[in-house]
Structure formats: C-alpha cells, structure tokens
Ligand binder design. Structure first.
Ligand SMILES: CC(C)(COP(=O)(O)OP(=O)(O)OC[C@H]1O[C@@H](n2cnc3c(N)ncnc32)[C@H](O)[C@@H]1OP(=O)(O)O)[C@@H](O)C(=O)NCCC(=O)NCCS
Length: 175
C-alpha cells in the first residue's frame, strides 16, 4: 500500500535512509530540498531543519518565488508510524508563471530502491484527492519529454496532454 503523511521528525531515520538511497542526485522532485541552505543532512537535526522548511507556507513567509503549498512524504503502508518512507510529494496550492509553464501543481519522486512498485501512481492519485480538498478542480502535472516513468504515472491518473513547453509535457488531471 501507499500513503501520504506529513513530514515528521519522528520518522527521521526512515527519511535519512531515503536521502542516502537517493545518493545526492538531483532527482528528489517534490522534496523542496533546494529551499534549504545546502542539501538535507541525514541526521535528526537535519530532519528537524527540513521539516521546519516544509512548514513555511504562509504567504507572508514567501519570497515571491514560492506559492503556498503542502509537503508530504510517501510511505509504504497505511501511514502508520512504522511505515517506510519511500518518497516525496509536493502540492502547490496555486500556479505562478513558472509553475504554469513548467512546474505544475504536483511534484513527486520515489527513492530508487522502492521504484516500480506502484508508489508514484498511487501517491499522485492521493495528491489529486488532496488538491480537490483544497478546491483545485484541474491539476497541472508536468514531466520531461524523455521521462517515461513519470509520463506513465501521470497518464495512469487520467492526465490529458495539453502541450509541450520547454521540453515539458503538460498534463491536466480533473480532480
Ligand atoms: C517517476 C518516478 C516517481 C516513478 O516512481 P515509481 O514508484 O517507480 O512509479 P510506479 O511504480 O508507480 O510506475 C509508474 C509507471 O511507470 C513505469 N515505469 C517505472 N519506472 C520506469 C522506468 N524506469 N522506465 C519506464 N517505465 C517505468 C511503470 O511500469 C508504470 O507504468 P505502467 O503502469 O504503465 O506499468 C520515479 O522513477 C522517480 O522518482 N524518478 C525520479 C524523479 C522524477 O522523475 N519525478 C517526476 C518528476 S516529473
């Protein structure tokens, strides 16, 4: 099973194992880690700094490049405290110019060792449900033209291709 949970320092060891699994790649879509000063450090303190960053969503805290948003961790299970953390999902509550062109409402990634088990497909479905709860009726999700795994994840969730801009396939999912 796959669940979305709020980032939580109580899960720091599983989060740290996920960071190590990604191995310093630029693939941690949906993590927002680039808003930290430096990469997340896979320690309890590093997790606390990361979780604090994910909580900074009030418009007054934004620097003009970010819109209000919700961060989730994807877990393998029902969301129970002992679930393994396997990925990231970031739900943007609105679209600025960049997000409308390229970024979309939802970004996600699954750690390499947990891929091809359906986690991304189910996590995106759950992310669209979260979007609907916020009143977002059409969810924009994008992927690089050559990212077959992400393309299939989006299409499995009913994504309708609008066009390709700057090498990004832009899909709309009705929530
Ligand atoms: C894209 C990503 C999230 C998919 O995660 P996942 O949990 O492995 O995805 P799923 O198991 O739900 O599989 C989704 C679909 O992609 C296919 N797929 C998975 N990995 C694939 C690969 N390497 N090549 C081709 N297809 C692949 C699956 O077969 C499935 O398609 P199907 O339903 O038609 O069989 C993961 O590969 C990842 O984190 N990549 C790096 C970050 C990224 O690209 N994020 C998306 C940004 S737009």
């Amino acid at each position: 099973m796959t669940a979305l949970v709020a980032p939580d320092t109580a899960r720091w060891e599983s989060w740290a194992a996920m960071i190590r699994d990604f191995g310093g790649t630029t693939e941690m879509h949906g993590s927002g880690h680039w808003f930290l000063e430096g990469d997340p450090v896979p320690t309890a303190e590093g997790c606390a700094a990361y979780v604090l960053m994910t909580e900074v969503t009030a418009p007054a805290d934004l620097d003009g490049t970010r819109v209000p948003s919700s961060y989730f961790w994807i877990t393998d299970g029902t969301g129970a405290p002992d679930d393994e953390v396997v990925g990231f999902l970031h739900l943007r509550h609105g679209l600025n110019d960049f997000l409308l062109e390229e970024g979309g409402h939802i970004g996600y990634s699954v750690k390499p060792s947990a891929r091809r088990r359906g986690h991304a497909t189910e996590a995106l479905r759950l992310g669209v449900v979260e979007a609907a709860r916020l009143g977002i009726e059409r969810v924009l999700v994008t992927c690089d033209e050559d990212n077959d795994a992400s393309r299939r994840t989006i299409e499995a969730n009913g994504g309708e291709l609008e066009d390709v801009r700057n090498g990004k396939r832009r899909y709309w999912i009705v929530s």
